[in-house]
Design a binder for this molecule. Structure first.
Ligand code: ZN
Length: 433
């Protein structure tokens, strides 16, 4: 295991760990500052500006990486966007050493968050972070502003110990991890290929090393019924009922995809990695009119090893079959693909960056790093699938991400910060500032 990391002078090691320990209050303050930005889709500008300022305060030189749809559209990893990218460019910075000793590294994170859901169900308001019983609560606190802060504070721990990475180190704060990944794709294309990429995405209730993740396709089905007054209801086709029937068709498909013979070996221990979520529903005009239109938004999981494009074709077929059975006129159930068109991916636990992260985690936490095959996706796939770069995710524990009362454990966050500091030092090597 040792050969994955450059041996660190014991004095430097204790200086780094002491510096990391001294940064705990600042870490929590920075995390709370970022959580106060409701950086949902299309509202990332304030948080990106804060990231730029934080980078500068910590001695990095930030620059923006525009998401150029024209340049990316033909890339296999590109997903059809939901909105324009003007004013929402990811922030990045690149550290270059005086002399290169170790291997280069990208530490990436996303600052976009999913909507808060029903705010009144939260114990404390979703964008007013609060600490209770050693956990910080807020939308995006775990997924993944904590990881973003952990990686910055890991670098800061080195700096306060009078050290800097002795290899190129890239950092980036991206957008749209939660709906396309196009922010990460733009960053990957703009920066040079690193020797490894690590994304501090949260673990599921404990700090974890990602070993696999599913892919995802976002599909929208636009249904047009046949309008009628309710007194002639049977002469109409109810668009809402038709949309519900179409959505219902995906239940048996989901079951089929999760059957043991379809499961990728990474998900052998998970009997339901493929989830199909009916996440959006719009439709209807009036209680006393047969609804004309309905639109549903589906999130369909993709097993690693299957192409997202094959899954998109399955979706088209299922909708067409359902429409025929419902006797909907030709063209009245139209499928659109906007948002994720993403393949699944594996992150071998024996690749050097994963072994290195495991070793640093054990050194700090005194216990082995647990593995996680994620039934959701991250930006790490781009590096593995399209750049041939070893990549994985390792981050603090989390609770209720995408749900109500999302939180991160602060002890876990501080431990991961220390582990990341050791990882950067051991992966890149260090030199005096
Ligand atoms: Zn995330």
């Amino acid at each position: 295991m040792k050969d994955d990391l450059i041996p660190l002078d014991p004095g430097a090691r204790s200086a780094i760990l002491a510096a990391a320990a001294s940064l705990e209050a600042e870490t929590e303050t920075m995390l709370a500052r970022l959580v106060r930005f409701p950086s949902t889709l299309g509202r990332e500008r304030g948080c990106l500006g804060a990231m730029e300022a934080i980078y500068r305060d910590l001695g990095h030189t930030p620059f923006r990486v525009p998401v150029d749809v024209k340049a990316l559209a033909d890339h296999r990893g590109f997903s059809p966007p939901l909105m324009d990218y003007a004013g929402r460019s990811p922030v990045a910075a690149v550290h270059r050493p005086r002399a290169t000793i170790g291997r280069s590294l990208m530490l990436q994170g996303h600052i976009d968050v999913v909507p808060e859901g029903a705010a009144e169900l939260w114990t404390s308001p979703p964008f007013q972070p609060e600490i209770r019983d050693g956990r910080m609560y807020g939308r995006g606190v775990a997924d993944m502003k904590a990881g973003v802060v952990a990686s910055l504070m890991a670098l800061e721990a080195l700096r306060r110990a009078g050290l800097q990475p002795a290899a190129e180190l890239q950092i980036a704060a991206v957008i749209e991890e939660e709906c396309t990944g196009n922010g990460a794709l733009a960053v990957m294309q703009a920066l040079g290929k690193p020797d490894a990429c690590l994304i501090p995405e949260p673990g599921p209730g404990y700090p974890a090393l990602y070993v696999a993740e599913v892919g995802v396709v976002w599909a929208w089905v636009n249904v047009i019924g046949r309008p009628a007054h309710v007194r002639e209801m049977h002469s109409g086709i109810n668009a809402i009922e038709a949309a519900m029937a179409i959505a219902g068709r995906f239940k048996s498909y989901e079951q089929e995809m999760n059957r043991a013979e379809h499961r990728h070996p990474s998900f052998a221990a998970d009997n339901h990695p493929i989830n199909i979520n009916l996440g959006r529903f719009e439709g209807g005009e009036w209680n006393s009119s047969v609804p004309n239109k309905a639109r549903i938004g589906l999130r369909v999981g993709v097993m690693p090893g299957r192409s997202c494009r094959d899954v998109a074709a399955d979706i088209q077929r299922i909708v067409a079959e359902a429409a025929a059975e419902l006797r909907l006129p030709e063209g009245n159930a139209r499928v659109e693909f906007q948002g994720f068109m993403a393949d699944g991916c594996t992150f071998p636990a024996d690749q050097p960056i994963s072994r290195a992260a495991s070793a640093c985690h054990s050194a700090v936490f005194g216990e082995p790093l647990r593995h996680y095959a994620a039934p959701a996706l991250t930006d790490a796939r781009f590096y593995r699938l399209y750049q041939g770069t070893q990549a994985t995710c390792y981050g603090p524990d989390s609770e209720n991400i995408h749900g109500i009362d999302e939180s991160v454990g602060l002890a876990s966050l501080h431990g991961v910060t220390k582990a990341l500091a050791l990882l950067v030092a051991g992966w890149c090597g260090v030199e005096a500032i």
